[in-house]
Design a protein around this ligand. Structure first.
Ligand SMILES: *Cc1c(COP(=O)(O)O)cnc(C)c1O
Length: 379
């Protein structure tokens, strides 16, 4: 069994994907072109925003958003302490200071009450200008945008949705990647919608930011490629990846989001009588289940459990073992709350992600559940 088996999906879509790849090779258009613009239109329609700008990866997508807003030195950007490194990395990359905020124990997403405290704290201290929030849709579940938006309004903060793991999720029918003033996603192969290499996208309703992002993504181009009006970067989605994504996006829309939710429901029933704390999806929310992440109860050694599962052929992962504020890269260049981030610290010791994906076999899932149960009982 693999943690996330991408070859099964390829087998299923092989004729269409092979045809799409051949089409690009025959067209001779490898950067930009009709596949990229068609994909951007399809993604924007699905998410329900005006503009989609594809780019090189999900990290660049976040950085492009901060560049469009002119975030830089002296600015504070609020980031959950429990996330993938990129969410905070881009803040430092543009010269601003990440302020790490603790998360909610049940959703794993940024805690709006603690965000409010952190924003007030930075305002009182007057060392940094509070500028933006990076809210992450961790493991596929959209963050609490209704509450986060209120804090942003009160403190005059821009909202950047990091939907790298959240694409396909929703709140009351409104799609992930539509909640931020700018939202982003990643097409890294293992994300809910993945390509066969690196890829990313930026979403916004704002015409001016969309134009700036298109410019920053191509060397700060002006009216044309060899007219450079600002210092940008080189961040584009390849035509090949766009063509592959269009095939995969169709499957994603038509059945994969529903299938992965059925997988989550099966884990839910197969594991409900164990001592594990199972992931919960709040009313009105849909997750795209980038990960199925459980928590081991107090008294259970997570690392020992993981090792035992491994010897029995069940692969698991720890997302994430370290709080952001403990990463060496942020030493002396981030702000953390006085009381620390105790929820994140506890999660880093207790979370365990199980094999997951829309094409996971029911038999494999039941085997995972049975093995987890026996390991918990015997160890
Ligand atoms: C994967 C990921 C990113 C970065 O995406 P890349 O395409 O790998 O650059 C950013 N944020 C989160 C939460 C992610 O999971």
């Amino acid at each position: 069994m693999q943690f996330r088996d991408l070859s099964v999906q390829y087998e299923r879509l092989k004729p269409e994907i092979d045809r799409a790849i051949a089409g690009v090779l025959e067209s001779g258009r490898f950067i930009g072109g009709p596949e990229v613009s068609a994909l951007e239109t399809e993604l924007a329609d699905y998410v329900g925003v005006k503009h989609c700008i594809t780019c090189g990866n999900g990290t660049d997508a976040l950085q492009l958003a901060l560049m469009a807003w002119g975030v830089g030195s002296g600015d504070a950007v609020f980031v959950p302490d429990f996330t993938f490194f990129s969410s905070g990395e881009v803040v430092s990359a543009v010269g601003a200071t990440p302020v790490f905020v603790d998360v909610d124990e049940h959703t794993f997403n940024i805690d709006p009450a603690k965000l409010e405290q952190a924003a007030s704290y930075v305002e009182r201290e007057r060392q940094l200008t509070p500028k933006a929030v990076v809210a992450v849709d961790l493991f596929g579940l959209p963050a609490d945008y209704p509450s986060i938006r209120k804090v942003c309004d009160e403190h005059n903060l821009l909202l950047l949705e990091d939907g790298a793991q959240g694409f396909g999720g929703s709140i009351e029918g409104k799609m992930a990647c539509s909640f931020g003033d700018i939202s982003t996603t990643s097409f890294f192969p293992a994300k809910p919608l993945g390509c066969y290499g690196d890829g990313g996208a930026v979403f916004t309703d704002n015409d001016e930011w969309a134009e700036l992002i298109r410019s920053y993504a191509v060397h700060g181009k002006g009216t044309m490629k060899y007219d450079n009006v600002r210092v940008g970067m080189n961040s584009r989605l390849d035509s090949l990846q766009a063509a592959i994504l269009r095939v995969k996006f169709k499957a994603f829309r038509e059945y994969e989001v529903a299938d992965v939710n059925a997988r989550a429901a099966l884990y839910g029933s197969a594991l409900e009588n164990t001592s594990l704390v199972l992931p919960r999806v709040p009313d009105g929310y849909t997750s795209s289940w980038a990960q199925y992440t459980v928590r081991v109860p107090g008294g259970v050694d997570r690392d020992a459990l993981q090792a035992m599962l491994k010897t029995q052929g069940v692969p698991t992962m720890v997302y994430y073992p370290k709080p952001m504020h403990e990463q060496l890269a942020f030493k002396d260049r981030c702000v953390i709350p006085q009381e620390g981030c105790p929820v994140t610290e506890r999660l880093c010791r207790t979370v365990l992600s199980l094999p997951m994906g829309p094409l996971l076999l029911e038999g494999d899932q039941l085997l995972v559940a049975a093995t987890v149960c026996s390991c918990l009982e015997n160890g």
